[in-house]
Design a protein around this ligand. Structure first.
Ligand code: KIV
Ligand code: NA
Length: 267
């Protein structure tokens, strides 16, 4: 069967069927995600932190992203495959198009860019030139220095209004999906209602059309203090259960609307 496309995901939103997304960086975990029913695989630039051990995503290069996208693409069967555009890979229209095409050539179906506002014409340029785009609003890890740390975004009325406008503009520019990271769940619900493309939340509450987690967080492999939105599904299942069962339980809870709960959510 052909992989899911952005049309199929939009139909899921319309039907009210939740979309289960996980990051993947290698073929083995990507095939575990496939057999557990994950709808979208994201080769996130979070690999700079969880694979490479950096303390931000800023050091990740296009070479890194192409390398990991290839690994995941070889294991992909049904899921839509999104690859992140890494830091400063999209600073001009020309560069963004060249790098977006390189990620498609490595096996991605769609590329993800962080930001709204002035970036939105660049999103349109990519889509118009055959590079499908996923937007990313809220906490933008590539802008961690400008944001003054990993903090909840969109808390004041002005920022919330701008984020809704950005989401609407991303849809108008042709984006097929939009990730919402670390925003109050009420704002995520307003954005989800304002666009017909699916919203995929991380720390954005249960009203989003889908959810995404970093796969190592779901498997309890994150050292140190965990963000509020993280849940260790492997530990929850208890002894004797494995990686595939934990991923399948994540998919089940997302589809059933059981994850995230209020305890994983910002007000
Ligand atoms: O890089 C990543 O893993 C991401 C998700 C957290 C949305 O961008
Ligand atoms: Na990312």
């Amino acid at each position: 069967t052909a992989p899911l496309d952005d049309r199929a995901l939009r139909d899921m939103k319309q039907r009210g069927e939740k979309i289960a997304v996980l990051t993947a960086y290698d073929a083995s975990l990507a095939s575990q995600c496939e057999s557990a029913g994950v709808d979208v695989l994201l080769v996130g630039d979070s690999l700079g932190m969880v694979i490479q051990g950096h303390d931000s995503t800023l050091p990740v290069s296009m070479t890194d992203m192409i390398y990991h996208t290839g690994h995941v693409a070889r294991a992909r069967q049904r899921a839509l495959l999104i690859a992140d555009m890494p830091y400063q890979s999209d600073t001009t229209d020309e560069l963004a198009l060249e790098n977006g095409r390189a990620l498609l050539a490595a096996g991605a179906d769609m590329v993800k860019l962080e930001g709204g506002g002035a970036l939105i014409p660049r999103v349109k340029q990519l889509v118009d030139n055959g590079v499908p785009v996923c937007g990313h609003l809220g906490l933008l890890p590539q802008s961690v220095n400008e944001l003054g740390g990993y903090k909840v975004q969109g808390r004041d009325a002005d920022a919330a209004r701008r984020m809704i406008e950005d989401a609407v503009a991303l849809e108008a520019a042709g984006a097929g999906l939009v990730v919402l990271e670390c925003i109050p769940h009420q704002l995520a619900a307003r954005i989800t209602a304002a666009v017909s493309i699916p919203t995929i939340g991380i720390g954005a509450g249960a009203e989003c059309d889908g959810q995404v987690l970093v796969i190592y967080d779901l498997l309890g492999m994150t050292p140190g203090k965990r963000p509020r939105f993280v849940k260790d599904f492997l530990a929850e299942l208890g002894p004797g259960m494995g990686v595939n069962a934990a991923i399948a339980e994540y998919v089940r809870q997302v589809k059933a609307g059981e994850f995230p709960q209020a305890e994983h959510t910002y007000q």
